[in-house]
Ligand binder design. Structure first.
Ligand code: ADP
Ligand code: MG
Length: 699
């Protein structure tokens, strides 16, 4: 156990070139122009870039860095980096340490090996990275990491971050338009996100013995343990010492790189935990969450543990999500989703609430797509996570307000006063009252929305660029109307009334895990896109392409490329899983069962030879049962094998995705059922991999 004291304020951000470091190290005028660039979106000139690069390099070298890298987020969903050292040859066979403004702002990694969904073929082969000055540089493994966006040479986005940055600017622009009509001063708004990251922590030795976990991140065989989460004794339970050591170490590493690691606790499943940081602006949170996932894995390894970030590592056991808490904040510090105690802020709150409700209803498909992956499909709708149906929870208090507006009535539960239109007043919100429903995919939680569908392995960029874009669309429509209005305040309330009426169907305060909800949602005309293969076709609908193009978030080819990458990724993932299953069955499981049957048969023979009574013999019965089950298993292996081979001839894209969903996944499920039945009959020593019980209750 480490007993050393940690000086958190000293440790925090010690490896980040943050605002404080800049103020100390940059000449005053450079520091000022830098702020103009990030606060007002001014262009970066060469001299400023050179001065920042110089200060950054000096700082990094003092901290022990030898290299720099443009750190980016290609469509793989993980981060990419290529390291260059600072060295430059100098006379006398020596080197000097150099880093120019040009190297800071632009890089040219070889883009050819990253997924581009055909963009590179259509446009240019090369890609480049461009510095995102709004997310601070940091040091990792002795390299200065510079957060960047990754584009093709002609400017098409090849990464997750570019559309996110575009969407943040667009949401800001549309919000400011609406706010200015309501007489509220704001130059800029930012979206804020706090992401609750769930994960499993298991022993590294058991991890290494599972081919499926190592290769695919989830178990492809494995019968449910005798004890699961039914006792509810893990959630918020006392954290085991070994896990606590990991968490302490993790916090320190995260604090160093400026991640506001705040809350940690055990989650519902055995061996499942959660980490929640304090919220930040969305692009910073996105970068920091990528870093968090990477550091979690590294620190786990150091502690003889393996950190699993897959959405569903264990069938029949709770999966892992990444709850995306989202709000909008003005540069003057107002949270626009805070209902507040003061009625004068109500119109502003209600119009933003209406914008979100309208957005979620109009673009259910895009929200579903933003959380679609082969892994997350196992989680959504599985009675532990929100269903694949998108709906909004607003809580009883807020629903009353909405209903009063729809009915044109005065809200009876009078609180501090009434808003200027004199129509409604808001109750005082207690966070507790609004945060009880854990089954809703999109829940209002007091002063923010919590989008609960993203899976634990997701990049935050995907869900957030969608949320920002669809809300920007609502706001742009409202702004168009208000800009011509004589009485914007009253007209804003009329807009709220209209939108609440039009989109009431998306509000659902009940239990999202309930089967009846599926039927009710269908009656309301809500989408229920169960799998990734079902959802992706909606990405490229004319309505959605028009949305992305209108707000300059993605062009038609960029949307098409993204849809193609998602489909390809889905089919490839399932193909790898199927091949891994076949490997496990043929190389590990079946030989083990044969050995066990052999041992049982031997036992029976030896008993007979010894003159023992073998009528009703257990060894015989078990050998017979296993032998028959093994025959079935072998048939299922053959069937899956055939399905995988036939899959090679199915045309890529949608057709392949449908094939993998309908044929390959079904064959995998059938093989798993018989494999797990056999597992239940097997003696531990003949099993080729550790069981769920061993993995999940390791300490
Ligand atoms: P719960 O488990 O009740 O959902 P947590 O405390 O685990 O709550 O996580 C809540 C998350 O929401 C934290 O990351 C927190 O920083 C974040 N959050 C709080 N206020 C905002 C806001 N205005 N915008 C975005 N995220 C927020
Ligand atoms: Mg939580």
């Amino acid at each position: 156990m480490s007993e050393e004291k940690v000086n958190v304020p000293e440790l925090f951000g010690s490896l980040v070139f943050n605002d404080d470091a800049m103020r100390q190290r940059l000449p005053k005028d450079v520091y000022k122009s830098f702020h103009k660039i990030i606060d007002e979106g001014k262009d970066l000139d060469k001299d400023t870039a050179n001065a920042i690069a110089h200060a950054m390099k000096e700082w990094a070298i003092e901290k022990g860095a030898t290299h720099f890298t443009h750190w980016f987020q290609p469509m793989t969903g993980i981060t990419a980096e290529k390291h260059d050292s600072f060295i430059s040859p100098a006379p006398g066979g020596k080197v000097i340490m150099e880093f120019s403004g040009k190297e800071l702002i632009k890089g040219e990694p070889d883009a050819s090996s990253f997924p581009s969904g055909g963009i590179r073929a259509t446009f240019e082969a090369r890609g480049y990275t461009a510095w995102d000055p709004t997310s601070p540089a940091f040091i990792k493994d002795d390299s200065l990491c510079i957060p960047t966006a990754f584009c093709s040479y002609t400017g098409e986005a090849l990464d997750k971050k570019t559309p996110l940055l575009r969407s943040m600017e667009e949401l800001s622009r549309q919000s400011v338009r609406v706010l200015s009509e309501l007489g509220i001063e704001a130059k800029k708004v930012s979206t804020t996100v706090g992401a609750e990251q769930e994960y499993f922590l298991i022993d590294k030795e058991t991890y290494k013995q599972r081919r499926d976990l190592v290769i695919t991140g989830r178990t492809l065989f494995g019968s449910k343990p005798p004890k699961g989460q039914e006792m509810g004794d893990h959630y918020f339970g006392v954290i085991k010492p070994r896990v606590m050591e990991f968490m302490k170490d993790l916090n320190k590493e995260l604090w160093k790189v400026g991640v506001y690691a705040k809350t940690e606790h055990n989650e519902v499943a055995p061996a499942q935990h959660e980490l929640a940081p304090v919220f930040t602006t969305t692009n910073v949170q996105t970068d920091q969450n990528q870093l968090t996932m990477e550091i979690m894995k590294k620190v786990a390894d150091r502690h003889g543990l393996a950190c699993l970030l897959h959405e569903k590592p264990f069938a029949g056991v709770n999966g892992s999500g990444k709850h995306n808490n989202w709000s909008i904040m003005t540069d003057t510090g107002i949270n626009l989703l805070d209902p507040g105690k003061h009625p004068e802020s109500n119109t502003k709150f209600l119009i933003f609430l209406a914008a979100v409700i309208k957005a979620v209803d109009d673009y259910q498909d895009l929200l579903r797509i933003s959380v679609a992956s082969a892994g997350n499909d196992h989680r959504l709708g599985a009675n532990e996570a929100p269903p694949a149906i998108v709906s909004i929870y607003v809580g009883d208090d807020l629903e009353k307000v909405i209903n009063a507006i729809i009915d044109g009535k005065t809200f009876e539960e009078k609180s501090a006063g009434s808003i200027e239109t004199g129509v409604n007043t808001l109750p005082k919100f207690k966070k507790d009252n609004t945060d009880r429903n854990r089954t809703s995919p999109f829940a209002f939680t007091g002063n923010k929305f919590e989008f609960r569908m993203p899976g634990s392995a997701f990049s935050l960029a995907g869900p957030n660029f969608i949320i920002n874009t669809i809300v920007a669309e609502s706001l742009s429509i409202f702004a168009d109307e208000l800009e011509g209005s004589e009485n914007p305040e009253a007209d804003a309330m009329k807009i709220c009334e209209r939108e609440f009426k039009a989109h009431k169907r998306i509000i659902f305060n009940g239990n999202g895990y309930d089967k009846e909800w599926v039927a009710e949602a269908e009656k309301r005309g809500l989408l229920n896109l169960k799998t990734t293969a079902d959802a992706i076709p909606y990405y490229t609908s004319e309505k959605n392409i028009a949305l992305f193009e209108k707000h300059h978030i993605l062009t038609r080819p960029e949307v098409e490329a993204r849809a193609e990458i998602m489909l390809e990724n889905y089919s490839k993932k399932i193909n790898i899983e199927a091949l891994t299953m076949l490997d496990m069955a043929k190389k590990d499981i079946i030989p083990g069962v044969f050995r066990y049957i052999n041992m049982l048969a031997d036992t029976e023979t030896k008993k007979k030879e010894a003159g023992l009574d073998v009528t009703n013999d257990a060894a015989y019965k078990l050998a017979d049962k296993l032998s028959k089950e093994l025959n079935i298993m072998y048939e299922k292996v053959d069937a899956l094998n055939d399905a995988v081979i036939a899959g090679k001839d199915v045309p890529e894209g949608q057709e392949a995705a449908n094939y993998f969903k309908d044929t390959v996944l079904t064959a995998m499920n059938e093989l798993r059922v018989i494999g797990d039945e056999i597992e239940n009959e097997m003696a531990e020593e003949y099993l080729s991999y550790p069981t769920y019980s061993k993995i999940l209750f390791y300490i």
